[in-house]
Design a protein around this ligand. Structure first.
Ligand code: SF4
Ligand code: ZN
Length: 284
C-alpha cells in the first residue's frame, strides 16, 4: 500500500499535478481505477496539508442500472468523506436510449457526451483541473494502438499532465500514470468496497468485442512482464521520454488542436462547421 502511494505521490510531485489553491474534480465511474485516483489524491492533499478543493464528479447516463452505479459511487465517496457532484446526461438533453432506437452509434455518442460534460460541468462549478483514473497499462495500450495506426496526433496527450490551452479547457491530470491495472486492483481490494463493472451498462454488448480485445492487450503486457521484469515501467518511461523529446524538438506542434467556440453552445470544438459533437447529438 505504501509503495503504491509512494509511486503515485512521486508522479504528482514530479509533474506538479496538485498545487496550492487547486479546485480538482475527479471523474469517478464506480470502478476501481477512479476510486484509487480519488483515494491517492485525497491522501496527498491531507499529508501535505494543502489548501485544495477536491470533489468527485460522476456522469450518470440515465440508463438501466444507473441508480445502482450511482449508489456504488456514493458509497465510495462516503468512505472517503468526499463531496460528490452527479450530473445526469438527460438533464443536458441527451437520451442514449433514444439514439439507440434511431440506430445511432451509441457508444461513440457516450464518449462525446462524457468528454463534453467532464470539461463543461466542473469548469462551470469553479474547477481548474479534472483528474481521471487512466493508468499505465491504458497508456501503453493506447501507445501501441496509435503507433500501429500511424496516428501521431495523440503525442502531447501521453503524459500525466495535459495543460489547458484555452480558458474554456480544463487542465487534465492522470495521477495513476505510473501504476497499472493490476496494482490498482490490489490496492482497491483492501477496502472491501463495491465496484461497478462495465457490464452494468445495458449497451455493453455493443462494446464487448472491443473490450475483449483491450483485455487481450493487457494480458499481452503482463505476459511479457513475466519474462521481462519491469517491462511496463520501462515502456511507460520510454513513452514519457519520447513525448518530451518530441515537444522539445517542436515536432508535435502540428498535432496541436485548433479550437473555436461552438456556434450553438459556446463550448470548444475543432469541427469545421463550427458546431460541436455534443450539439450535433442533441439535434438528432
Ligand atoms: Fe457508454 Fe460503455 Fe455503455 Fe457504451 S457500453 S454506452 S461506451 S458506458
Ligand atoms: Zn455545442
Amino acid at each position: 500500500m505504501q509503495d503504491y502511494l509512494k509511486t503515485v505521490f512521486k508522479t504528482i510531485r514530479t509533474y506538479g499535478l496538485v498545487e496550492e489553491g487547486d479546485r480538482i474534480f475527479v471523474a469517478i465511474s464506480g470502478g476501481k481505477d477512479s476510486f484509487c485516483c480519488l483515494y491517492a489524491l485525497k491522501k496527498y492533499v491531507e499529508e501535505n496539508s494543502l489548501d485544495v478543493d477536491l470533489r468527485a464528479f460522476h456522469i450518470s447516463l440515465g440508463l438501466k442500472n444507473a441508480e445502482t452505479i450511482k449508489r456504488i459511487v456514493e458509497k465510495q465517496c462516503e468512505f472517503l468523506d468526499i463531496e460528490l457532484v452527479v450530473c445526469n446526461v438527460k438533464d443536458y438533453g441527451i437520451d442514449l436510449e433514444e439514439l439507440r432506437r434511431k440506430n445511432r452509434p451509441v457508444c461513440s455518442a457516450c464518449g462525446v457526451v462524457k468528454r463534453y460534460l467532464m470539461n463543461k460541468v466542473p469548469r462551470e462549478l469553479g474547477a481548474n483541473k479534472v483528474a481521471t483514473g487512466h493508468h499505465m497499462d491504458d497508456f501503453i495500450v493506447f501507445f501501441f494502438k496509435n503507433f500501429l495506426g500511424k496516428n501521431f496526433s495523440w503525442i502531447r496527450k501521453f503524459t500525466p499532465l495535459v495543460k489547458s490551452e484555452h480558458p474554456k479547457l480544463l487542465t487534465k491530470i492522470r495521477p495513476l500514470f505510473h501504476v497499472g491495472g493490476k496494482e490498482n486492483e490490489k490496492f482497491f481490494s483492501r477496502f472491501n468496497l463495491p465496484k461497478a463493472s462495465p457490464e452494468l451498462c445495458p449497451f455493453f454488448s455493443l462494446r464487448s468485442k472491443l473490450y475483449e480485445k483491450t483485455l487481450k492487450w493487457y494480458e499481452m503486457l503482463y505476459e511479457i512482464e513475466k519474462w521481462s521484469r519491469g517491462f511496463r515501467r520501462q515502456m511507460i518511461s520510454s513513452i514519457e521520454k519520447f513525448v518530451v523529446e518530441m515537444k522539445e524538438s517542436g515536432k508535435e506542434n502540428g498535432a496541436k488542436q485548433k479550437f473555436i467556440e461552438c456556434k450553438l453552445c459556446g463550448e470548444l470544438t475543432s469541427s469545421q462547421d463550427g458546431v460541436c459533437g455534443f450539439c450535433k447529438l442533441k439535434r438528432l
